[in-house]
Structures are given as C-alpha cells and as structure tokens.
Ligand binder design. Structure first.
Ligand code: DHB
Length: 489
C-alpha cells in the first residue's frame, strides 16, 4: 500500500513539472485515508478497526442507499502486526451480505445497529467476529425486488460490481482480493452461491458495464452459503417432492418495515386444488433430477423413479442421517423420534415421510412461483413495467393473473446450476453449504443438488445439515472461520 502511495505521488510530481499526460484517477479508487476508527467488543476483548463506510462501488449508481459498501480493516495491520497468522498482505477478505427475502440489502456494519441478519442477530456482529479473526471485511449492499430497478438480476450484478471494486483496489487496500470469501443466508445464501458459481461469466457484463463497475474480474475464492433459496425455477418441484402428503401448513409472510425484513406466521390446510398442484409438481421432479445426470461418490448415476424414489432420495436421507448421528454421538437422546431407527448407537434407517411430518410444511404449492403472482420470488422476476412475473412454465400455464414470464436469460442468470463448471466461467473452488434439518423454506434436495453438481465438477464441497436448525445462518461462525482458515492457509 505504502509503495503505491509513494508511486502515485511521484508520478503526479513528474506530471506537474514536465509531462502532459495526467495521472488517471477514478471515483472507484479506494481512499485509504477516508476512515473513522471504531472500537468493537468481541468476547470481552476490545479490537480497533479502520472503518471505510458508504463507499460507492460503481461509477454510475442507480440507487443511493444500497449500492454502497462498508470495508473494515483491523487497526493492527497498520502497525505491521499479525492476527491469527494473517498480515495486511495476506488476510482473506470476508464478504458477507445482509440480503434477506430478495429484498434490498444494506451493507453490513461492524457495530450492531439492529439491522444485521434481518434484525435477528444480537451481540457482536458477524463482521466484528470476522475482524477479531484477522479477516478484512467488506460488506456490500445490493438492490432488491421491491424497487423497479432492483429486479433480477440486479442484486447479483451489484455483488459482482463490489467484488470488482475490491479486486481493482487490491494493491491499495489491506487484505488479499484473491482470497474473497462470500457469505450469506437464505436469499443472501443464494446470492453468495450465485456469485461463486458465475465468476467472470459474460452474461452479466452488459449490466456491469452500464453501472460503471471497476475494470477487474469478479471470480471469488470461496463460498459460504446458509440455507440458499436457490435454483428457483426448480424449487417448486423439489418442495413438493419433499412435502407432498403434508397438507397442513404454517406459512411465514415476509414483508419489510423500516428497512428490516419482518416475518409473520399464518396457518392453514391445502385446498383440493393446491393438493392437485402439489401432485403435479412432485411428479415433475424426477425428470429434472434425472436430466442432470449427477453421480454419487461411487460414480453411480443419481436417479429418481416416477414415484420420486431412488438413490437420489437415499443421498438426501444420508445427509439427514449423518446429522442425526453426529447429534447422537454428542450424547443427545433421539429415541423419541420414531422416524429414526437407532441400533446400538447407530442410526440405521430414516423414514422420510415421518421426518417430513416432523419438519412440518411451511409453504403452499407452488412454493415459489405462485399462481397468483403473490410470492417474493414473483416480484424478484418482475421488470420496470410489471411488478411480478412467473419464472416457471408450470406456473405460467396455470396462472390466475396476467403478468407473463421473465426472460429465459434472466431466469438463468439467477440460478447457479446453469453456470457451475461451464466454459467461460470461473467457478469458485471451495464451498461450504449449510441447510438445517428443520429448515422448510426450501426443499433439502436443492442444497443436495447444488453440492452434488459442484462435487461432480471437481470442486471442494462441505455440505452439512445441522441438526434441528430452522431457517437461519451465521450460527456456527467458529466452525465457519476454522473452515476459512484451513482453506486459505
Ligand atoms: C427468504 C426466505 C424464503 O422463504 C424465500 O422464499 C426467499 C427468501 C429469506 O429469508 O431470505
């Protein structure tokens, strides 16, 4: 960094005295002097950081609140000290987003302002905990579905632009921009995965260009994704493959109040028409799974028969069983759960229907592409003139409202499954995916399909389904940080 400042100062000096070319500066140049000092408390320890807040990460923003990034750097790095074995040169850049519900997401703050994790996080923020580990932290805000300008693919374009800013400024900033680790939960987890899957793909280029994104690449080093609400164009099928037969539901309505995501529970029973929709969607899932031609660890093709049974289902069950076994091994009594067969301290079988009834249904079919265009995802796929649109052929064919369907390219650009390992894409090598065994915001099959496709393409994937965890994230940061340290060092 110092070297750069000296160099820049020198060239300006030369130009002022002799040459005609002027040093080209950009509004996207990181200003290392524009910081405030913040003191954070993490585990009774005080840490000082330089806070660079409200940085505009594009030249031509279309939004003045969300297209901003906060960057935090441990103050010790300016005294040439090391933290957790990292220095100003090699510290990874942790890149957490705060996106929930595909709503606009604020850039995260190091100090808890009640807005982190949709207002759900108390105590030190994820950002403060990451700084205590010696990471540089950059948290970008992103546009969301409630704004005309925040429809798909706006949020992913914003995150990519923010990554480009970090890479463009790598020499001027502490931290190693070749070690960016993105993190997010739910819609934020989906965007974290999408960011990792689609590095440098040209599909996003026109959007990045229009925003005036920095001239740099946008591939990242690693992805952490909690309960990613992803693969939206196949998520309705995956949901009914899992929940078909469970007709009572407890739905959560998501809305936004004072810039915070709010959730309200509403319960009910599926109508005859909804059960019919569920049956059709369940029946469509095997064809999709089979079309992917995925393989298990032994090289066997993963398949489902027309009733939805087969080795892909066994694979999903194996992740739940592994989670139950880990819990049992820690001494938790699981004998009350009759859908688990436990013999001599080992889980030997899992009754999937029993497990799914224990989980309970949360969403009505179609879970994502609502026939009346009422879902958040419908709004995500709207455009400047139509607030909500469909994104599956099934919902379009069965629609009860006029709105039409989003462009195929837009649907593609929101789904990591179309990009992983493809030509012209730099897909992230390292993946950590978590989806709680009590998380019913999307089907378990979605995370398993994502992880399996990544594994089949040779990427390093760590997928676990934490026991009894509902829809949430950042609940195991010590383990996440251990994984980051192992992966980056
Ligand atoms: C989120 C939750 C959902 O159930 C959904 O459909 C989309 C997003 C979320 O919490 O971000």
């Amino acid at each position: 960094m110092k070297q750069f400042i000296l160099f820049a100062g020198f060239s300006i000096l030369i130009c002022a005295t002799s040459c005609k070319t002027v040093q080209k500066t950009s509004v996207l140049d990181f200003n290392a002097e524009a910081f405030t000092t913040q003191t954070l408390k993490v585990n009774d320890k005080e840490i000082k950081v330089r806070a660079y807040e409200n940085i505009s990460y594009v030249e031509n923003p279309v939004d003045t609140i969300y297209q901003k990034m906060n960057i935090y750097i441990p103050a010790e790095y300016f005294e040439n000290k090391t933290i957790n074995g990292y220095s100003a040169d090699n510290a990874p850049i942790f890149f957490p987003n705060q996106i929930g519900g595909y709503m606009p997401g604020n850039p995260g703050t190091a100090i808890n302002n009640g807005k982190g994790m949709g207002g759900m996080q108390s105590g030190p923020t994820t950002i403060a905990q990451a700084l205590a580990k010696g990471y540089v932290v950059a948290s970008a805000g992103a546009r969301g579905r409630t704004f005309k300008t925040g429809k798909a693919p706006a949020a992913i374009v914003d995150l990519k632009a923010a990554v480009r800013y970090l890479k463009f400024n790598d020499k001027k900033m502490a931290g190693d921009a070749n070690k960016i680790i993105s993190n997010g939960t739910s819609a934020g987890g989906a965007l974290s995965a999408l960011l990792g899957a689609t590095g440098n793909n040209k599909d996003y280029e026109p959007y990045l260009k229009a925003l005036g994104a920095a001239d740099a690449t946008d591939d990242i080093f690693a992805v952490s994704a909690y309960c990613p609400i992803t693969n939206l164009d196949h998520a309705d099928m995956a949901y009914e493959w899992q929940f078909n037969g469970v007709n009572d539901y407890k739905k959560i309505d998501i809305s936004m109040l004072d810039y915070n995501v709010q959730r309200k529970e509403v319960s009910g029973t599926l109508s005859a028409n909804e059960i019919n929709v569920s049956n059709q969607l369940k029946a469509a899932f095997p064809e999709y799974v089979n079309s992917l031609q995925l393989k298990d660890a032994n090289g066997n093709l993963l398949q489902l028969d027309k009733d939805g049974n087969g080795n892909f289902k066994e694979l999903v069950k194996s992740y739940v069983i592994a989670s139950a076994q880990k819990t049992l091994d820690k001494g938790t009594d699981l004998s009350a759960l009759k859908w688990l067969t436990i013999e001599n301290g080992k889980i030997t079988a899992l009754d999937f229907d029993g497990y799914v009834r224990y989980m309970e249904r949360m969403k009505t079919p179609p879970a994502f592409d609502a026939l009346d265009l009422s879902s958040g995802e419908n709004q995500l796929f709207g455009n400047e003139t139509t607030d909500s649109r469909h994104f599956t052929k099934f919902a379009l064919a069965n629609t009860t409202k006029q709105g039409g369907i989003a462009e195929e390219k837009t649907i593609k650009m929101m789904n990591p499954m179309y990009y992983i390992g493809t030509q012209g894409t730099t897909t992230t090598k390292h993946w950590r995916i978590r989806h709680g065994t009590k998380d019913k915001d999307t089907g378990l099959g979605i995370s398993v399909l994502l992880a399996t496709l990544l594994q089949n393409n040779g990427y390093d994937v760590n997928l676990e389904l934490p026991w009894d965890r509902p829809h949430s994230g950042d609940y195991d940061l010590d383990e996440l940080f251990t994984w980051i340290d192992k992966t980056t060092k």
